[in-house]
Design a protein around this ligand. Sequence first.
Ligand code: NAP
Length: 276
Amino acid sequence: MSSVPVAVVTGSNKGIGFAIVRALCKQFPGDVYLTARDPGRGQEAVSKLQEEGLRALFHQLDIDDLQSIRALRDFLKEKYGGLNVLVNNAGIAFKVHDTTPFAVQAEVTLKTNFFGTRNVCTELLPLVKPYGRVVNVSSMVSSSALGGCSQELQQKFRSNTITEDELVELMTKFVDDTKKGVHEKEGWPNTAYGVSKIGVTVLSRIQARMLNEKRKDDHVLLNACCPGWVRTDMAGPKATKSPDEGAETPVYLALLPSDADGPHGQFLSNKTVRTW
Ligand code: NAP
């Protein structure tokens, strides 16, 4: 078994994830795994980095597929006995003018952004080694969507005692409410992406709390962040940041030094803790 430190970035064949891998290849003292759901696109991205003189390793990972997540888990367990850095970056967003029915957009978006990310965490968090760092890429849109929720929902999402099961129930209810056409009446904002990212931010707060309760001595730091508005296939060419600039906050959180005791359980943008 290798004692080399290991970092894994989900959805990293392009966009911000690819830029996070690039930065980690330069700064992380160990093996860096670029992962992609499509091995062809993943290998191509690894080759691109190779041309820049950077060495990333590849492993397949589709966060919608539990078997794929478990295959990565088993690989990491066997080869490294765990992992040191996990960046949950993979995500999707329908374009603003997409005519797909809202209920379908809600189901598909929540499936990847919330449930897929949660499944990765369920399988990989127990493997994170002492002094490990976990970064969940959320969005400022989670904050604005929170502001668009009913007072009752806002209170639940800001609660310091909400459990993961309760969060899953709420995310499931959002999808069900969109199918029944009652999501606005039930206090939800009109954004599937926004609700999925509320899920990611709140999940991060819960996971950090669980780490405090169950593994305090392991000094693992886990945070959610917004990369900013970044020029990728998701956000388009008018966005203000380059992918490398978008990678800065996630990479800062992934590389928090071993003597840092925070941030932990926070939501950050531009390397600054934001009020949730
Ligand atoms: P992007 O260019 O569309 O890249 C998304 C990446 O996620 C791709 O590699 C994609 O793979 C992968 N992915 C999607 N579904 C997946 C799945 N089921 N399993 C594994 N990988 C999957 O988007 P981006 O702008 O870089 O976004 C990266 C993250 O930042 C997302 O979580 C996004 O919500 C967040 N974010 C972005 C912005 C922005 O302005 N760009 C702002 C705030 C937050 P394929 O190539 O196979 O599709």
